[in-house]
Design a protein around this ligand. Structure first.
Ligand code: NI
Length: 149
């Protein structure tokens, strides 16, 4: 296990679309373990593959005392609206309000390839959306609500 470098905004890898994981092997487990180490070393609550330069659809999240590994996560349902502040380990000290769905249900696989479905509201729903955006090269700063002058 190892702490990897977290890429920062401006790095073009953060803007690439990540590829689906098709092989669930030891290499994947190694990447996930490194992502946990990297996320906790940076006091983060979520980390997506591209943030450590790995263009695969992989996310780790520790929200509401729940540790989640999401492989190939897809949003299958969402509704409502919620506006709250976000930040990101790849965006330094920048914080800003982003509108997200209030309720989100996702489908994903675990590190062994087993599929599961999980629903979340408010902060958890927000984290699902934020992290899945990373897999499509989207950062929260792209969606930040600008303050009116
Ligand atoms: Ni982020």
């Amino acid at each position: 296990m190892a702490v990897r470098e977290v890429l920062q905004v401006g790095d073009e890898l953060l803007r690439k679309k990540s590829k689906e994981v098709k092989i669930f092997d030891e290499r994947l487990e190694e990447i996930l373990d490194d992502m946990w180490d990297t996320m906790y070393a940076n006091n983060g609550m979520g980390l997506a593959g591209p943030q450590v330069g790995i263009l695969k659809r992989i996310v780790v999240m520790d929200v509401n005392n729940m540790r989640l590994e999401l492989i190939n996560p897809v949003i299958v349902e969402c509704h409502g609206k919620d506006v709250e502040q976000e930040g990101c380990l790849s965006c330094g000290k920048i914080k800003g309000n982003v509108e997200r769905p209030m309720y989100v249900t996702i489908k994903a696989q675990d590190r062994y390839g087993y599929s599961f479905t999980i629903s979340g509201e408010k902060y958890l729903a927000r984290c699902f959306c934020h992290e899945i955006d990373h897999l499509d090269g989207i950062l929260f700063i792209d969606k930040m609500i600008k303050n009116k002058e």
